[in-house]
Design a protein around this ligand. Structure first.
Ligand SMILES: N[C@@H](CCC(=O)N[C@@H](CS)C(=O)NCC(=O)O)C(=O)O
Length: 107
């Protein structure tokens, strides 16, 4: 992929403990899956950064390649790809998400 784009994604996920690449933003999610992830993170009460992939086609296609994941939302925690909506729901219910967020935010 474009090395400039890769570098800017690298920097974005390195400088924010939690990043959500999503459709819309936290105030106005433009898709039910993205909305679910926003609701989960709001309940967890953690700081997170969102990127609206609908505003940038290069990011939209670039993130699919970068994450090797075909859909949005895409959640990064502590620099690592964590998952999409289904994985977030599962991890929220099992307690795994709380654990990972605690590790990330305390590191
Ligand atoms: N099962 C997926 C659901 C997400 C999904 O299906 N997203 C679709 C519709 S919003 C998507 O991003 N499609 C690719 C695209 O729009 O570029 C998950 O767990 O996140």
């Amino acid at each position: 992929m474009n090395p400039e784009l890769k570098k800017s994604i690298d920097e974005l996920i390195a400088s924010n403990k939690v990043v959500v690449f999503m459709k819309g933003n936290r105030q106005f999610p433009m898709c039910g899956f993205s909305n679910t992830v926003v609701q989960i993170l709001n309940v967890m009460d953690v700081p997170y950064h969102t990127v609206n992939i609908l505003e940038d086609d290069a990011i939209r296609s670039g993130m699919k390649e970068y994450s090797q994941w075909p859909t949005f939302p895409q959640v990064y925690i502590n620099g690592d790809f964590f998952g999409g909506c289904d994985i977030m729901i599962e991890a929220y219910q099992s307690g795994e998400l709380k654990e990972q967020l605690e590790i990330a935010l305390n590191s």
